[in-house]
Design a protein around this ligand. Structure first.
Ligand SMILES: NC(=O)c1ccc[n+]([C@@H]2O[C@H](COP(=O)([O-])OP(=O)(O)OC[C@H]3O[C@@H](n4cnc5c(N)ncnc54)[C@H](OP(=O)(O)O)[C@@H]3O)[C@@H](O)[C@H]2O)c1
Length: 255
């Protein structure tokens, strides 16, 4: 079976490694390629899916939103979040779905994080922030979104603020969903003012970030990455992976 990732400047991606581990675990013969493409090439890959020359695609930045226009149908989850990271064919229709929300939900579950604190905030207002917001909304929580004052993105939440020390100091749970690590000077200033949230989750998975150093408990985005890939694979095959917890433990050890 042939899968791949559509995106731009994606050589850093850990997805080929994740799918190699899925291949070893399931015994299913598969390949997973990085398709580092320009926007005007997206349609070529959708055609490959339709023709059965590809069996499923994952999508990453900067195409998670634009790719929605190339799908015949969007799942309810993809519609609600407003972005697609998984594309497959069902009954000859190209379906756009989103597994980032499931990945984030599983991260919370595995880390035993309960979103019952009063002040939950999401840093950033991009695609990942929308998935996190969706999971919070499913739990009847409306987090505060922090964004840059010059951001051109549409609003996600009725409660949106620009970054300010005062507002951040009140947060009990911080979910860092920007593509940027906040600088040490800014983080030190927050620490000096007594900022110590109960939980910090940073969706990045390459390194310990400065924001993580604020939290009494801190988590990176590896588990989210693992679970979004697992659900994408299950959607590609339209079947569940057996003994998934064994696979997850193996992935945690390797990533
Ligand atoms: N663990 C996982 O499975 C997983 C899944 C998805 C994403 N992620 C990670 O989540 C992060 C965001 O991804 P995305 O898909 O949401 O990207 P995106 O749609 O491009 O959004 C990027 C966000 O970062 C903000 N940003 C960029 N540079 C900034 C800066 N210097 N200061 C403050 N904010 C800045 C942008 O704000 P503006 O609107 O102001 O530009 C925007 O809110 C990435 O690190 C990605 O790797 C992880």
């Amino acid at each position: 079976m042939k899968f791949g990732l559509l995106g731009k400047d994606i050589s850093y991606s850990k997805s080929p490694m994740i799918f190699k581990l899925i291949k070893e675990h399931t015994g299913i013969e598969l390949s997973y390629d990085l398709f580092d493409i320009e926007k005007d090439e997206i349609n070529n890959y959708i055609l490959l899916l339709k023709e059965g020359l590809l069996d499923g695609l994952q999508v990453t930045k900067p195409y998670k939103e634009v790719v929605m226009d190339f799908c015949d149908e969007l799942t309810e989850t993809a519609k609600k979040i407003g972005s697609v990271n998984t594309i497959y064919v069902r009954d000859q229709k190209v379906i756009g779905d989103n597994t980032d929300a499931y990945g984030f939900y599983q991260l919370l579950r595995h880390a035993s994080i309960i979103l019952n604190h009063q002040h939950i905030c999401i840093l950033g207002n991009g695609g990942a922030a929308k998935s996190v917001y969706h999971v919070c909304q499913n739990q009847l929580i409306t987090p505060t979104i922090f964004k840059r004052s010059n951001s051109l993105k549409e609003s996600i939440s009725p409660i949106e603020k620009n970054y300010s020390d005062d507002a951040l100091l009140k947060c009990n749970i911080i979910i860092q969903a920007t593509s940027h690590d906040f600088d040490e000077v800014f983080i030190s200033r927050l620490k000096d003012q007594g900022c110590q949230p109960e939980v910090v989750i940073d969706l990045m998975y390459h390194q310990e970030t400065n924001v993580m150093s604020l939290g009494k408990h801190a988590y990176d985005g590896k588990l989210m990455l693992i679970f979004q890939a697992i659900q994408s694979f299950e959607l590609f095959l339209n079947q569940k992976i057996k003994h998934v917890e064994i696979l997850v433990e193996k992935m945690k050890g390797v990533l």
